[in-house]
Design a protein around this ligand. Structure first.
Ligand SMILES: C[S@@+](CC[C@H](N)C(=O)[O-])C[C@H]1O[C@@H](n2cnc3c(N)ncnc32)[C@H](O)[C@@H]1O
Length: 261
């Protein structure tokens, strides 16, 4: 089963929900600006699934995806952009570039999701990236990022989640408390016992919410708001994110951070 599996499909099934993300992006943008967002840029786009979902909203909607890995962009071109209607395909542009140097037309929304921007482990480098994001959006543009935290995120642990036909394993293999550097892996395990070990690997700094917030303000953003997830009756996350200025002392949490120019 591992030999036949496609790691990009498994990744998306495990960690991405692009329909919900587009819904959150478009509603939040309209709440903040009173208008509709049309031009969207997805940094660290990988397979560009989110960019593809964005353009499905209609013929006025376009997206730019930026990633520096030609192989993942190629996969996205074939398996995600290629599956859109021809007319929709024309509204997705994928750029092979480092997000730190890319130049694009000014966009309404810029998103950096699945913590990819934590690849910038030095403060100056992170600030420089955020300043570039600020310059890359329109005057009423909005930057969306996500983050995770809670005491469990500072531990060296493994967490298994079961999906149909396979398990997704998130491993925080190393954590260095002096720098907050972490080495994480995604592994997949199949019903027949076969495995895809270290299908994805991430070397990140575990940034905390107040650090990210302060950096975005320092980069020039006028308002920075954290959107915290609500709970269902069992105390599990309900997928509904609303503005919150305190959060909850959960063991593990995921939130969005939204920066207005
Ligand atoms: C965790 S994946 C994110 C995929 C997708 N955006 C998501 O939300 O799940 C990280 C991606 O960032 C890309 N990447 C990492 N550093 C980058 C950089 N400096 N510039 C452009 N792309 C980068 C990698 O090639 C990889 O495809």
């Amino acid at each position: 089963m591992a030999d036949k599996a496609d790691i990009h499909e498994l990744y998306e099934e495990s960690v991405q929900n692009v329909e919900n993300e587009v819904e959150f992006l478009k509603t939040t943008f309209t709440e903040l600006t009173g208008r509709t967002a049309y031009l969207f840029r997805e940094d660290f786009c990988g397979t560009a699934s989110l960019a593809c979902e964005w353009v499905k909203q209609g013929k006025e909607f376009s997206a730019i995806g930026v990633d520096y890995d030609p192989s993942v962009l190629e996969w996205g071109r074939k398996n995600r952009v290629g599956r859109l209607a021809t007319e929709e395909q024309a509204r997705v542009r994928l750029i092979e570039s480092d997000v730190q140097t890319v130049e694009t037309p000014k966009v309404d929304i810029l998103a950096a999701f699945n913590f990819s921007y934590w690849i910038f482990e030095e403060r100056a480098q992170m600030l420089n990236y955020m300043r570039r994001c600020y310059d890359a959006i329109n005057d009423d543009g909005v930057l969306f990022m996500d983050m995770f935290g809670g005491p469990e995120s500072f531990e060296e642990t493994k967490e298994k989640t079961k999906y149909k036909g396979f398990s997704y394993i998130w491993e925080q293999a190393e954590f260095h408390p002096i720098t907050n550097h972490m080495q994480c892996y995604i592994h997949f395990k199949f019903k027949d016992g076969s495995k895809l070990k270290r299908a994805f690997s991430y070397a990140w700094r575990l940034w905390t919410a107040p650090e990210i917030r302060d950096l975005l303000l320092e980069a020039g953003f006028a308002n920075v708001t954290v959107y915290w997830e609500g709970e269902d009756e069992d105390g599990e996350g309900d997928g509904v994110f609303t503005p919150n200025d305190k959060g909850e002392a959960d063991l593990a949490w995921i939130a969005y951070i939204v920066a207005e120019k």
